[in-house]
Write a protein that binds this ligand. Structure first.
Ligand code: GLC
Ligand code: CA
Length: 554
């Protein structure tokens, strides 16, 4: 049985290292850069850092294709420097978790290279199959590019890759591979890291025989590897290692639902993961994946929020997030660039005060928005090529497909963090590996945000502080109100006699808010508002664009 509970109380910050801060002027973010910003994170109130992959990688998918699980990439530094970052973070009261990417490795990993030889023990580390005559081993597609199989001339076989062809899937059914995973976990835990974010972990067990799947575009095969036959067995095996350490794990889980999630995270002896990153609230303006756009629906968003809050309460723990390195900036999606600060704060209040552990993605705290680059290739996202083909299949013109993919592109979240108003937003003294959003000159940068008491940065800072000081914000129960509103998201939390009511508008139009029964606004303390005047009429108010308020009742 696990002892650790601190993971429920931390506020996490995700660093995507390539674009966080460059310490040596080569245009690529690195660990020297991270060291120089630890005080900044402490100032914000962060108590846990999640590093997207820092390991050696040929960067086909920027670190999510690992060629050496035990060494930090020379782009970022080395193991010694990482240890220093770890110690310095710990000194500042911050935990540190690593990304663990074990559904696949890089095709440049030693295991893969040696395993091309059918007689090598590493052959069975991956999923190799013969073709069916001239046909591929099965009809599955890659989530990133084309089919899920790549032919290798040297051994005449195909290997499976659910992501890019430079990311061959590991064969988790091989006990030696699972042993490697456990050894890798121990390697970093012994060094002192406090846990892992486990990349697409629910994909690691594939259906025996790898049968053909329903012929849907892009995700063909998914029913045979999502929550596959041995997933719970394997995660329980990994948990035994984790249980020897004071750590936590959060698993990334595409297509996850709360009922299925409880099989992974229900608290008790069988608990496999501490929490999960599901995607349901990321689908309020699209169908399953960002590039299949639909009009933004607040009802869809609220439905996802409440399903997870209600189903998990008292049983399992939620991971709360609105941004990461895989999605465009949230203000540009669910909010409004015109009302950047207002909508940024309304979005913040909507998720941050729910029950669960909040995550902030680099740049989210200063309200960074999408970038407009001339060509799709400029965004440097492997995911896009395939999506372009899918949209064409669906009948989109080149121009429409391009426009859609520009705003749905993962590169939007990967532009360098905007630190100040100096050249390249202070990210680097060299040439940035990816264009910096020119709007850093218009006040979208950390320095300006920190100096302005009414900024998004200072809003997050206050939220983090409040959460630290109020167990209600962490452990309180959750009730949604005004469920029928298309414009307002309203919820309350309560804990040991204390309550709060969170009101968030998702529109620039005026909407009428009347407090739900049992809440007398005049008796509450208004906090985390995004407008100066907080007048109340008839126990309610008419919202200004993206208005948000939180009323706290003692
Ligand atoms: C996860 C990562 C994403 C990566 C993919 C393959 O979804 O978050 O960035 O491309 O897995 O590793
Ligand atoms: Ca650098």
């Amino acid at each position: 049985m696990k002892k650790t509970q601190w993971y429920k109380e931390v506020t996490c910050y995700q660093i995507w290292p390539r674009s966080f801060c460059d310490g040596n002027g080569d245009g690529i973010g690195d660990l020297e850069g991270v060291l120089s910003k630890l005080d900044y994170l402490q100032e914000l109130g962060i108590t846990c850092i999640w590093f997207s992959p820092l390991y050696c990688s040929p960067n086909a998918d920027f670190g999510y294709d690992i060629s050496d699980y035990r060494n930090i990439s020379p782009d970022y530094g080395d193991n010694e420097l990482f240890k220093k970052v770890l110690d310095e973070a710990h000194k500042r009261g911050m935990k540190v978790i690593m990304d663990l990417v074990v559904n696949h490795s890089s095709d440049e990993h030693e295991w893969f290279r040696q395993g091309i030889d059918k007689n090598s023990k590493y052959h069975d580390y991956y999923i190799w199959r013969d073709g069916r005559g001239k046909k591929l081993p099965n009809n599955w597609s890659s989530l990133f590019e084309g089919k899920a199989w790549e032919y290798n001339k040297e051994n005449g076989q195909y290997y499976l890759h659910l992501f890019s062809k430079k990311q061959p899937d590991l064969n988790m059914d091989n006990p030696e591979v699972r042993q490697e995973v456990k050894d890798i976990m121990r390697f970093w835990l012994d060094m002192g890291v406090d846990g892992f974010r486990e990349d697409v972990i629910t994909f690691v067990s594939k259906r025996e025989g790898l049968p053909n799947a329903l012929p849907i575009p892009q995700a063909c095969g998914m029913e045979h590897y999502m929550d596959g036959p041995h997933i719970h067995e394997y995660l329980k095996e990994f948990r035994e290692v984790l249980n020897e350490y004071d750590c936590f794990v959060v698993g990334e889980a595409p297509m996850m639902t709360p009922n299925k999630a409880l099989k992974y995270i229900e608290e008790g002896d069988g608990m496999e993961l501490d929490m999960m990153f599901h995607f349901q609230h990321m689908e309020a303006d699209c169908l399953f994946t960002d590039f299949l756009a639909t009009p933004f629906s607040l009802k869809k968003l609220k439905g996802a929020f409440s399903r997870w809050q209600e189903k998990l309460y008292g049983k399992g723990w939620n991971a709360l997030y609105m941004e990461n390195h895989d999605h465009p900036r949230i203000i540009s999606r669910y909010g409004s660039e015109k009302y950047r600060t207002e909508s940024g704060k309304s979005i913040a209040n909507s998720y941050f005060l729910q029950c669960g552990t909040p995550f902030i993605y680099q740049g989210q705290e200063i309200g960074m928005v999408n970038i407009d680059l001339p060509k799709l290739d400029d965004y440097q996202d492997v995911f896009v090529t395939n999506n372009f083909k899918t949209l064409k299949l669906l009948g989109f013109s080149d121009a429409k497909a391009t426009a859609r993919l520009k705003s749905a592109n993962r590169g939007n979240a990967r532009t360098p963090v905007q630190w100040d108003s100096s050249a390249n937003a202070g990210f680097t003294t060299g040439k940035p590996w990816m264009p910096v959003n020119p709007n850093y000159k218009d006040g979208i940068n950390a320095q300006a945000e920190m100096a302005n008491p009414k900024s998004i940065f200072n809003h997050y800072k206050a939220l983090i502080k409040f959460r630290k000081e109020n167990p209600m914000a962490i452990y309180g129960d959750y009730t949604e109100h005004c469920k029928n509103s298309k414009d307002l998201y309203v919820y309350s939390r309560s804990y040991e006699g204390k309550r709060m009511l969170v009101i968030c508008s998702y529109t620039e139009k005026a909407a009428k808010f009347i407090a739900p029964e049992g809440f007398d606004l005049s008796k509450g303390k208004a906090m985390f508002c995004n407008y100066d005047r907080n007048e109340i009429t008839n126990n309610g108010f008419t919202t200004r664009p993206y208005e948000t308020r939180v009323y706290v009742f003692d």
